[in-house]
Design a protein around this ligand. Sequence first.
Ligand code: 13P
Length: 341
Amino acid sequence: MNLTELNRVATAMVAPGKGILAADESSGTIKKRFDAIGVESTEGNRRDYREMLFRSEEAMRQHISGVILYDETIWQNAKDGTPLIKLIEQSGAIPGIKVDEGTQALPMCPGETVTVGLDKLAERLKKYYERGARFAKWRAVIDIGSGIPSMTAISVNAHALARYAALCQAAQIVPIVEPEVLMDGDHDIDRCYEVTQRVLNKTFQELRVQRVALEGMVLKPNMAVSGKKCAKQASVAEVAEKTVRLLKACVPAAVPGIAFLSGGQSDEEATAHLDAMNRLGRLPWGLTFSYGRALQAAPQKAWSGKAENVAAGQRAFSHRARMNGLASQGKWDPSQEKKAA
Ligand code: 13P
């Protein structure tokens, strides 16, 4: 393992003004997104859609440091025969790959899951590296509800995340470690804070036990936010203050960067929260975005599966990428949203 190189890649993934495009929706998830815009989820349509994103020059060159791909996409070619992964490399962004295989019910823990995909992972990583992937992603899912999460669910998911991270580093691939505490539910921000703290502490404990080099990874956490169904929604300032406090308490400074998931926040909320955090003063790590929905909802709608809408889709993507690029430097304000609209 070459840790200097892993650290170089991890640092580039969180470069100031840039962040990660999470375009790694599984076939099931992308079908849901396409259903919402009335587009059939065929292999061709998935290719056309992602090709549109990766050919968005302004967004890709200026605001996107890396792209997380799904297995199908990493092997796909653009319409003109160029591998999609080449389009990403040509834009100067780093290609990455989702390697977990989703969640399964956790025995004895009703309502809870564990993320699977460790079997044969070493072999798969080797193939992805040869194809050009320089980082990977594994998402653990922790739900908040009455009596959950259990310590069992937190432990097994943290253990799997660390197993995955160690295998990635051995394959010279930077692991994005993503323990997502869901924002569904009616819990308040303090309950989210408390659960996320337990999850992050357990995750870093496992990473240490399994000898993962913190300098060669990126953390992808949720923010501390109110549950979607909570009557009392925390303000932008409260989310920023509590999230930064939580991360400072749990994430060692050796980690080069933290790239948040959007997790169902609205596009503008996700941007405003990131911006507010980056205005709180110097932080020990880079703090940026690794958004799926908050970067793609607008371009999906603008595109709606029609070739004549490709330019509009690219404009919508570039706008969101630019707004989040500004937020990653604490330089965004709402008037920039209106100017572009
Ligand atoms: P969202 O930003 O839509 O939560 O997706 C990010 C992601 O990669 C989840 O695994």
